[in-house]
Write a protein that binds this ligand. Structure first.
Ligand SMILES: [Zn+2]
Length: 354
């Protein structure tokens, strides 16, 4: 029947009925998706993932696919959720939101959330609008606010990036704005970030400035003994994250004559001379050269690169280019575990890595 021929009452009843049918149909699709996943049929059809299958083969838009897959996995874990989705008390978008928070919480804590905890989180978002669900989740996990980042293409050349910064960072940014204000009187955040990234790349990327005396790349030599001094003379604390290059006190460093620093460090033979670092960086092309033992594939990561002693210092390895390799942090730790045994490494690494 054409909508315009319905009485008001018929219209209201019909739309209610059809909405219910739509939800039931959605549940059916979700249950079928779960079975496809269980049988891994998407792999047989040459899709790399279930998500790819649901978007490309079934034609769902990305966020709709995401909602259905999330719901399917939720029902797998909590079969009772099916009824809650059916009666509308649990919406698909709230399921996605809750699962995002659960995953972030697991990431923050480096462990799986127990089943009953997950259930509690899911219960929090029941009978709530998407907005209220988000507010409730943020109240439950206030520390996650800093992890909420998003980006969105606004034009062909511009991307809107949303990050949440604490007041300290904002005040540092404003301080930098002040310091740069002679050159750029009215800097926007975008211009400020552009300027800061240029400065940082010049400083941190050895390829940009090979002539620099001091490659400021983060180096946490994992074969160093606990409580030994690093090359800046500061104590390496067990399980503390490595100092990132930007956190290093460069102003202080530049006041110290380089030769004196190098001289004092030469006495500690674990210190890797800048020339060696540059040579290693160049030879290894600024990427992790760790090779998987079975596939022999090179890692190639450019993230959290560290200088790795092939023969550990403690076992007589010297800081010469032949003995130093560029490894990403993950593989540096992996090798250190192989070299020293897991037990001793736990003194150095957070539990998440082991
Ligand atoms: Zn690697």
């Amino acid at each position: 029947m054409a909508p315009n021929s319905l009485s008001d009452l018929e219209l209201l009843n019909l739309i209610k009925e059809k909405s219910k049918q739509e939800r039931n149909l959605t549940i059916e699709v979700i249950n079928l998706i779960r079975e496809v996943e269980k049988r891994r049929l998407y792999l047989k059809l040459n899709f790399g993932s279930l998500f790819e299958y649901v978007t490309k083969e079934l034609g769902f838009e990305e966020s709709a696919a995401n909602r259905r897959i999330s719901a399917s996995r939720l029902i797998r874990e909590f079969p009772e959720a099916e009824e809650e989705i059916r009666d509308g008390s649990l919406t698909l978008s709230n399921i996605v939101q809750a699962q995002v928070f659960i995953r972030r919480e697991e990431k923050l804590k480096s462990k799986r959330l127990p089943r009953e905890e997950k259930k509690k989180v899911m219960d929090l978002v029941k009978n709530k609008s998407a907005r209220n669900a988000k507010i409730t989740l943020l109240q439950k996990f206030p520390e996650q606010v800093v992890l909420i980042e998003s980006s969105r293409q606004v034009t062909a050349d511009y991307i809107e990036v949303k990050v949440i910064l604490n007041e300290k960072v904002i005040s540092k940014l404003n301080r930098l704005r002040g310091l740069l204000s002679h050159k750029y009187p009215n800097m926007s955040y975008s211009e400020l970030i552009d300027e800061l990234t240029n400065m940082a790349i010049k400083k941190l990327d050895p390829e940009e400035n090979g002539a620099r005396r001091n490659a400021t790349l983060t180096v946490k030599e994992l074969d160093s003994t606990k409580n030994e001094s690093d090359r800046n003379g500061t104590k390496i604390k067990s399980s503390s994250p490595p100092l990132s290059a930007v956190e290093r006190p460069d102003i202080q460093k530049s006041k110290t004559p380089t030769s004196a620093v190098e001289q004092s460090n030469k006495e500690n033979s674990r210190y890797i001379p800048s020339a060696v670092k540059r040579a290693v960086w160049k030879r290894d092309k600024g990427q992790c050269v760790f090779k998987e033992s079975e596939s022999h594939e090179q890692c190639g990561s450019k993230f959290q690169l560290e200088y790795h002693h092939e023969i550990p210092f403690a076992k007589g390895g010297r800081p010469q280019a032949e003995n130093i390799k560029l490894y990403c942090k993950r593989h540096n730790i992996h090798r250190a575990i192989t070299d020293f045994g897991k037990e001793r490494m736990q003194e150095f690494t957070p539990s998440s890595i082991t």
